[in-house]
Ligand binder design. Structure first.
Ligand SMILES: *Cc1c(COP(=O)(O)O)cnc(C)c1O
Length: 321
């Protein structure tokens, strides 16, 4: 199969049409306390309320919606530290096809259980010793299944871009947009939407301090690989950007900053206490950067993507205690 071209905003529009009536149009929340603390007008796009609890449903469903009859028959395969696994498992179930998921042995229990609950077949590996991409490619070859990677795929990127399309459709133009990144699928799609719908908007990426490969990549002008980072932001614990995502990020993302695990915990507490919402550590990255003044936002209209809410409850209780 020829490689697909780098996606554009037209692909986001196409994905939005495919997702219409299937994905939730998630709420945009505000908090006067958050605005008072930061001096900005902040709009939270709450993908913790998306189907399966994170934005990843958008990209996974969009990718599977492009499958032909032969691909349907063999099914879909992926590797993921969690939310993409659930997203593929749920999307495969909706499409009536088989899903095989390669997951790290230490993935959060809630994410493994949910993936199996959606009918996905789970194969585990040791993320400190083995390469999930190799395992995924080998299994896909052996079984004739279509591999849908978690971020470096045009249909995945286009699907993820629909969240910020909805956000800006609702709020109107923004001055700044904060989006977390792991492999960069979410921020790439978000940047396509922001560039088309709010061209003056500055797009800022936020990574965990322990895993700032994106920040290094932007600075060096090439994709930098790092060791598997140890951070509570498990959804952003990827080791490198992808070819598609880096192509878009280097053109459309102004800067990438980092936040610490302690700042993520403070932000999780803010969301629970003040806004009454459960947000997983990775989902707190963008908000934590704004709350901690990592980038000045005073007087600005700011979009913040809250990317997901899947966290083990005992862990959440521990963080909030
Ligand atoms: C996957 C994920 C991310 C990171 O998304 P990328 O497309 O890999 O950059 C952020 N937050 C949550 C909740 C995720 O599941």
């Amino acid at each position: 199969m020829p490689a697909l071209p780098v996606p554009t905003f037209d692909d986001v529009l196409d994905a939005a049409a495919r997702l219409e009536g299937v994905a939730h149009r998630t709420p945009v929340l505000t908090s006067s306390t958050f605005d008072e603390r930061t001096g900005a007008s902040v709009f939270f796009k709450c993908e913790n309320f998306q189907r399966m609890g994170a934005f990843k449903f958008r990209g996974a469903y969009n990718a599977i919606s492009h499958f032909d009859a032969e691909q349907h028959k063999a099914g879909v395969l992926t590797y993921s530290s969690g939310n993409h696994a659930q997203a593929i498992a749920l999307s495969a179930r909706l499409a009536g096809i088989h899903a095989t998921i390669v997951m790290p042995h230490d993935a959060p229990e809630a994410k493994v259980a949910a993936t199996k609950g959606y009918g996905g077949e789970v194969i585990t590996y040791d993320r400190y010793k083995e390469n999930r991409e190799e395992i995924g490619r080998r299994l896909a070859d052996e079984r004739g299944m279509t591999l849908i990677p978690p971020y470096d795929h045009p249909h995945v990127i286009a699907g993820q871009g629909t969240a910020v399309k909805e956000l800006i459709d609702e709020t109107g133009p923004l001055d700044m947009l904060f989006v977390c990144l792991g492999g960069g699928g979410l921020i790439s799609g978000s940047a396509l939407s922001a560039a088309a719908l709010s061209p003056a908007c500055t797009v800022i990426g936020i990574e965990p301090e322990a895993g700032n490969d994106g920040q290094q990549s932007l600075a060096r002008g090439e994709i930098v690989h790092i060791d598997a980072p140890r951070t509570i932001a498990d959804g952003a614990a990827s080791t490198h950007l992808g070819d598609y995502t880096f192509d878009i990020i280097r053109r459309l993302v102004a800067r990438i900053e980092t936040v610490s695990d302690a700042q993520l915990i403070d932000t999780m507490r803010f969301f629970a206490q003040r806004m009454k919402i459960v947000v997983e550590p990775t989902g707190c990255l963008a908000a934590a950067a704004v709350l901690n003044g990592i980038v000045p936002v005073k007087g600005k209209r700011v979009g913040v993507v809250v990317s997901g809410g899947n966290v083990d409850l005992p862990k959440l209780a521990h963080y909030l205690a």
